[in-house]
Design a protein around this ligand. Structure first.
Ligand code: SF4
Length: 488
């Protein structure tokens, strides 16, 4: 395999970091270029690194690098070094594994059946235990990524590629959407609960797998359907074959995809993300409306919910906060003081629309509360007479262990303070979150089914639908040192 890697920077922020994104294409003369475009559309899901692996009928080719998709794959020279009719790609944040080149996906391994490239969005919750067992058996790991656990489980299984993939995935716990490329087939798999998204698209005889439908739009492909929870698809010259190799369980896809992670122009579970966000805003207005002169979104993710809130209340919607899109993802914010400055660099009050107004601010979530506090201060400095903060998700009281980089629980403001204590800390005149049932209503359900919840909502409820085995075994929080000291 021809492979190259390079390095760059990361940033820190007050908020969730998106997870990762995967993309796969089979049967197109410009497989690498289309994969680069697809990854570019999925850039919001991971901005630390990206990679593409292609197969040209004889050899695999790969390019992986730290940085943004647009920077890495802008060069025609790099695309020309990725020949082939099939490809997979990945953009990443490091939800597990350190931020280094060896963890940049797709990963690649040579098996008895031939080469296999693999990329994964999600997080395996028993990866450390499995890794320990595999190391005891003599496996040598090249990376600290949990994705490599799947590779070693496949290596120690029997049969051809799909048999080994199924055997490996039956041993893992956690959330995953996987794309894998062998010399004959493109494989896509979604975990049994479908926590992380994966969609199927088509363009003529070419089939595509992607984390979100917006990656299909950018290459002119048609969105066929979601890959179902627990479904494995094999794509080759004969088309798409679907299998359900895992015991059937209920669907528990991530409800936060609707709140924040997915792009508003994507469709998930048959629903427009943008429409769901508008409905969350309308729910917020019905649950906790307040007399005010103007509704402002905290850009960009609060915008659809602010539109929904304004439409429901009849209060004018305006852009009272302008975001600078050009501060760059490589800006390093290592301390709280610099983080505060970072908010001012990123956002500015549109003073003419703020002065003398009673303002409702709409945001998607509160994590540490640093950004909320600075923006409320900014509104007051610009002359707002009242500042009311409305949040388009319930209080985030628990960390995610399924592939979203959230702070530890003791860093989550809502895990430490009551809503009124949060209001005082942030400095707002009032603060309200949409209720969990309001959020479910916005996604088309009458309310949360507390017996069989329709989604994963663990970061709001603490109801984790998949065992967090490494965590409960006491290994997750010390993962880095464990990996460094005993497993590498
Ligand atoms: S814990 Fe929250 S962010 Fe994580 S998968 Fe569940 S709903 Fe999504």
């Amino acid at each position: 395999m021809v492979d190259s890697v390079k390095g760059s920077n990361i940033m820190d922020r007050d908020g969730f970091r998106d997870e990762c994104a995967v993309f796969g294409i089979y049967g197109h003369v410009d497989a690498a270029a289309h994969t680069a475009l697809g990854l570019h559309a999925l850039q919001h899901r991971g901005q630390e690194a990206a990679g593409i692996t292609t197969f040209d009928g004889s050899h695999f080719h790969a390019h992986r690098e730290l940085g943004l998709v647009g920077d890495i794959f802008a060069s025609q020279r790099i695309i020309e070094h990725l020949p082939g009719y099939s490809a997979i790609g990945h953009t990443r944040y490091s939800t597990t594994g350190e931020q280094s080149l060896r963890n940049v996906q797709p990963l690649f391994a040579d098996f008895a059946f031939g080469g296999l490239a693999i990329a994964h969005n999600g997080n395996l919750t028993n990866a450390l235990g499995l890794r320990h067992e595999l190391v005891q058996q003599g496996c040598i790991f090249q990376s600290t990524s949990d994705t490599e656990v799947i590779i070693h489980l496949m290596a120690t299984s029997q049969g051809q590629v799909v048999d080994r993939m199924v055997s490996a995935l039956r041993q893992v716990e956690g959330a995953y959407s996987v794309v894998a490329l062998s010399k004959n087939v493109l494989i896509g798999v979604r975990d049994p609960l479908g926590v992380r998204p994966l969609v199927l698209g088509q363009m003529g005889n070419t089939h595509i797998l992607a984390s979100e439908s917006c990656a299909l739009d950018i290459i002119g492909a048609t969105h066929i359907r979601d890959i179902e929870p627990g479904e494995l698809v094999i794509i080759d010259i004969d088309g798409v074959k679907s299998f359900k190799p895992f015991p059937k369980t209920g669907r528990r896809s991530c409800i936060f995809e609707y709140v924040y992670f997915s792009r508003p122009d994507s469709v998930a579970g048959g629903q427009s993300i943008y429409e769901v966000r508008k409905r969350i805003g309308a729910e917020l207005a019905r649950e906790s409306g307040v007399d005010a002169d103007v509704v402002f979104p905290i850009p960009d993710s609060g915008t659809p919910s602010a539109i929904g809130y304004a439409a429901e209340t009849g209060i004018p919607f305006e852009l009272g906060i302008i975001r600078n899109h050009y501060i760059g993802r490589t800006f390093i914010e290592p301390t709280d003081e610099i983080r505060h400055l970072g908010v001012k660099l990123k956002h500015n009050a549109n003073r003419a629309f703020v002065e003398g107004k009673r303002v409702v601010l709409i945001d998607d979530s509160i994590v540490r509360g640093i950004t909320s506090k600075k923006i409320v201060e900014m509104m007051r400095d610009a002359g707002a007479t009242e500042v009311h903060l409305r949040i388009a998700s319930p209080p985030t009281t628990n960390s995610c262990f399924y592939g979203v980089d959230t702070p530890e629980r003791d860093q989550l403001l809502a895990a430490q303070l009551s809503v009124d204590e949060m209001r005082i800390m942030i400095g707002a005149d009032s603060l309200a979150f949409v209720s969990i049932d309001g959020l479910y209503r916005a996604t088309g359900h009458p309310k949360r089914d507390n017996t069989l919840p329709q989604y994963c909502d663990a970061c709001f409820t603490g109801d984790y639908p998949i065992p967090i085995t490494d965590r409960t075994a006491g290994t997750q929080s010390t993962q880095s040192s464990l990996l460094t000291e005993s497993m590498l």
